[in-house]
Design a binder for this molecule. Structure first.
Ligand SMILES: Nc1ncnc2c1ncn2[C@@H]1O[C@H](COP(=O)(O)OP(=O)(O)OP(=O)(O)O)[C@@H](O)[C@H]1O
Ligand SMILES: [Mg+2]
Length: 199
């Protein structure tokens, strides 16, 4: 993972494994990959916001919406954009239970929304945590889940989150605080993640 690399990380050529499924032939270095992903995500954020505004909050808690959001964010870069992973990771559920876990998660989330089980911030942060804990896609789960948290909280009438305000994609204090808060949420303590999302 990224913390194995030093500050020249951007100059590191991608490994063959990392290049698998990559669409643009010109990408060799990590900084090129990061830039391509960022451009794709920026364009997608406009499309997704418009899409979300036409729907109700409960419609976002939907497998098709989530897969399409992942696709919109990464389809310029990765062939597998929008498709669930088929191999296990050290984070997330086993690959063969992704479908059933996504079904359970989105069913729960729709109920939270329709019944107003949690206040908007808490609901969207719990949604973010459940989605990233399943880790349904081969990569891009963190950025997808933060995007989904933002779209959901906006749909519930609040401003989008700040997620620590600093870049979360590089190792550092903000990233560490975020990971610690996710781990606390794994232990059913959502308060740090709730605070972090508005910090
Ligand atoms: N130890 C951990 N415990 C729980 N969740 C974690 C842990 N490490 C990472 N995560 C979550 O997984 C995400 C990384 O997964 P993935 O690489 O699929 O997403 P990404 O969008 O590429 O990541 P990034 O956050 O680096 O942009 C992190 O953003 C975080 O949400
Ligand atoms: Mg990643």
């Amino acid at each position: 993972m990224s913390d194995l690399f030093d500050f020249d990380e951007g100059q590191t050529p991608l490994t063959d494994e990392e290049r698998r499924g990559l669409k643009p032939a010109f990408i060799t270095f990590r900084h090129e990959l990061n830039a391509a992903e960022q451009a794709n995500i920026l364009a997608a954020s406009v499309t997704l916001r418009k899409r979300a505004q036409r729907l109700g909050a409960a419609d976002l808690a939907d497998e098709a919406f989530i897969c399409n959001a992942h696709k919109a964010m990464y389809a310029d870069v990765w062939r597998w954009a929008g498709s669930y992973r088929t191999t296990d990771r050290n984070i997330g559920v086993e690959a063969h239970v992704i479908r059933v876990q996504m079904r359970l998660f989105t069913d729960d989330a729709r109920l939270w929304i329709n019944e107003g089980v949690f206040p908007p911030d808490e609901l969207a942060v719990r949604f973010h945590h459940r989605l990233v804990a399943i880790h349904p896609f081969p990569n891009g789960n963190g950025r997808l889940s933060r995007m989904m948290g933002d779209l959901l909280v906006e749909s519930l009438g609040r401003g989008k989150f700040t997620w620590g305000a600093n870049s979360l994609t590089e190792p550092g204090a903000t990233r560490s605080a975020y990971i610690r808060a996710l781990q606390a949420a794994d232990r059913h303590d959502i308060t740090s993640l709730l605070q972090f999302a508005r910090s």
